[in-house]
Design a binder for this molecule. Structure first.
Ligand SMILES: *[C@@H]1O[C@H](CO)[C@@H](O)[C@H](O)[C@H]1NC(C)=O
Ligand SMILES: *[C@@H]1O[C@H](CO)[C@@H](O)[C@H](O)[C@H]1NC(C)=O
Ligand SMILES: *[C@@H]1O[C@H](CO)[C@@H](O)[C@H](O)[C@H]1NC(C)=O
Ligand SMILES: *[C@@H]1O[C@H](CO)[C@@H](O)[C@H](O)[C@H]1NC(C)=O
Ligand SMILES: *[C@@H]1O[C@H](CO)[C@@H](O)[C@H](O)[C@H]1NC(C)=O
Length: 376
């Protein structure tokens, strides 16, 4: 077949020469998982629609503000929607996201021993807790406390022999987490309602029965919307395992590991900087009943936390968005992540491998680092 080589070259050259200005370079990209979490479009006037292939049919546009400084996408719920949507965004040629901060901000279930409804959690880890074997508890060995155990292992409570998929746990930049927490005023007035306060009072212990607050806590990801003290404890144990006891299961949601897998892959492809990711989850409902109460009844009860949780995404999260925009001079260059990430972003040590490779080849940091703060 004859193919005009010159035409091919011309196409390639045109692609390479495409002015960067045609590409959107948002400073902050906000991610919601379903419509109620979109507390951003109206107040931030996100009126500029950007269509991309690969978004959810329910949420077919990325929306940006007039200056194209802030963009927002809704992934659709669950791990599959999150991974597919985030992949579409980070691989799109319509964006240059190498210096963009990502704020993943949604609601979540909450461990009452760590926080209460309406509270705002900032995470270090996202753990895919249900990536596991499972036996129905009625058929498990009689001395087991849970029917979940890590694939490849022999029993709950160990990682010995674990089969690794690579998505089990993601670790974020805790220095960035500290920086953005400092953007939120210490005396912030979080939204609360009488209904949420009344339900909270049915717990006999704090922080469950205390007013909502901003806190640090890690997120368990599972498509299964679980509840009850036994499952919550089992998944809390799995969180401890995957984080070598440095993570605390605080919040449960259905997307974060999936989103972060797409983000880590895009980081490897030099399309995003994984050290610029913030995970904020506000607590909409308790993951277990107050002591002595029936698990199913409390799971299905209106706990009153949904409305304040949704509102507090914006109440707290907008300080982060405006802070990054307002201090862009300081944020533009990135925030160096902690020394010795437990997993260097993921179980495959993706970022560490990159660092080792770069150091081996003696590649100059600035040229290739692309904002990935490499070890000095
Ligand atoms: C942008 O897209 C949304 C749906 O995603 C639609 O409701 C809205 O009308 C669109 N706005 C414009 C200006 O086209
Ligand atoms: C989810 O991500 C967290 C870290 O963010 C990681 O520790 C965990 O193993 C992941 N879980 C799964 C099942 O991928
Ligand atoms: C969680 O781990 C603790 C400590 O190893 C153990 O005592 C408890 O039974 C475990 N709980 C579940 C539900 O697996
Ligand atoms: C896990 O923690 C223990 C002690 O807390 C430490 O000695 C060990 O090196 C840690 N393992 C990893 C992989 O970081
Ligand atoms: C906070 O909650 C109150 C009702 O308690 C409501 O009137 C107000 O609009 C809420 N604020 C925000 C920012 O949503």
């Amino acid at each position: 077949m004859r193919f005009p080589l010159l035409a091919l070259l011309a196409t390639g050259a045109a692609a390479l020469a495409a002015p960067r200005s045609e590409c959107l370079t948002p400073k902050v990209f906000i991610v919601s998982m379903f419509s109620p979490e979109d507390v951003w479009t109206a107040p931030l006037k996100l009126t500029h629609n950007v269509s991309l292939p690969g978004l959810s049919p329910l949420f077919p546009h990325v929306k940006c503000d007039k200056a194209r400084d802030v963009c927002h996408v809704i992934t659709g719920e669950g791990e599959i929607n999150a991974a597919a949507t985030i992949s579409a965004v980070v691989l799109s040629d319509k964006f240059d996201l190498r210096k963009t901060y990502f704020l993943f901000a949604g609601i979540a279930g909450v461990n009452p021993h760590v926080a209460t409804t309406g509270s705002v959690g900032l995470a270090r880890y996202a753990v895919q807790v249900a990536l596991a074997y499972e036996l129905d508890a009625r058929q498990m060995p009689s001395n087991w406390m849970t029917g979940y155990w890590i694939q490849g292992t022999k029993a709950p409570g160990t990682l010995d022999g674990a089969n690794i998929y690579g998505t089990e746990v993601f670790e974020l930049n805790t220095n960035l987490r500290d920086r953005v927490r400092a953007l939120i005023p210490a005396d912030i007035k979080l939204n609360d309602t009488a209904a949420a306060a009344a339900y909270r009072a049915s717990y006999s212990y704090a922080p469950a029965n205390a007013p909502p607050a901003v806190f640090y806590g890690d997120v368990a990801t599972a498509d299964v919307y679980f509840a009850g003290s036994l499952l919550a404890e089992a998944f809390g144990n799995i969180t401890s395992l995957w984080t070598n006891n440095t993570g605390t299961y605080a919040l449960s949601a259905q997307e974060d590991n999936a989103s972060f897998e797409a983000m880590v892959r895009a980081h490897q492809a030099k399309r995003v900087d994984f050290s610029r990711v913030v995970l904020l989850r506000t607590a909409s409902d308790f993951d277990r009943a107050p002591e002595g109460k029936n698990t199913y009844d409390e799971f299905t009860a209106d706990q009153g936390g949904f409305d304040p949780a949704v509102q507090n995404i914006f109440v707290a999260g907008n300080y982060i968005v405006q802070g990054i925009l307002g201090e862009w001079g300081a944020f533009k260059g990135g925030v160096k992540p902690q020394e010795g990430w437990l997993h260097d972003a993921d179980v495959f040590h993706t970022l560490a491998t990159k660092r080792a490779g770069l150091q081996r080849r003696g590649v100059e940091r600035r040229r290739v680092g692309r904002g990935v703060p490499l070890v000095e």
